[in-house]
Design a protein around this ligand. Structure first.
Ligand SMILES: [Zn+2]
Length: 174
């Protein structure tokens, strides 16, 4: 059993305005291939809905350890030391393009509150985006470092291994 190190932020990669339920996540992750990914665990611990409400998907306690029952499979390689949180959205309404900076104000508010609560419980926690751990991914489709810094999260709790981040090299007008 390892110590919790990362809180990793994701998006559901679904069209603007479309809600996602816990049942949807279960179908995507737990259903056998090719319908789903055929995983034994969900990819996420919590989900932030369009209205800013937060829903627990995989229960966990507030200690510093990632117990087996608390494990989620959001990013290969770091799951044993991570908790994953997903924000609903990330694609344009027509589902044809990535939508950068898609979050509604209420979603931003909830995400920042959640990060602050988790840092209060785990002072050494590092908050990351899925893109930090997976080359070629833009998930959660916003610049995690910039958003956290702009909302008063201390630099010491912000993970960064990418200089520049994908968001400094992507042309956001495309
Ligand atoms: Zn992701």
């Amino acid at each position: 059993m390892k110590k919790l190190k990362y809180l990793v932020i994701h998006c559901t990669d679904t069209p603007e305005g479309r809600e996602v339920s816990k049942k949807d996540i279960e179908r995507w992750h737990l259903s056998p291939k090719p319908k789903g990914r055929g995983w034994k665990r969900l990819g996420y611990s919590d989900m932030i809905h369009i209205d800013g409400s937060i829903e627990n998907l995989t229960p966990y306690d507030n200690d510093d350890y990632v117990q087996d029952s608390e494990k989620t499979w959001g990013a290969t390689g770091v799951n044993a030391v991570s908790r994953h949180i997903v924000v609903v959205g990330g694609r344009t309404k027509d589902n044809r393009h990535i939508q950068f900076n898609f979050m509604e104000a209420l979603q931003v508010h909830t995400l920042i509150q959640k990060c602050k609560e988790e840092i209060a419980l785990h002072p050494d926690l590092l908050i990351a985006g899925h893109y930090h751990f997976s080359e070629y991914k833009t998930c959660p489709n916003f610049d995690v470092e910039a958003l956290l810094l702009a909302n008063g999260i201390s630099e010491k709790n912000i993970y960064t291994n990418l200089k520049p981040t994908p968001f400094e090299t992507i042309n956001l007008d495309k």
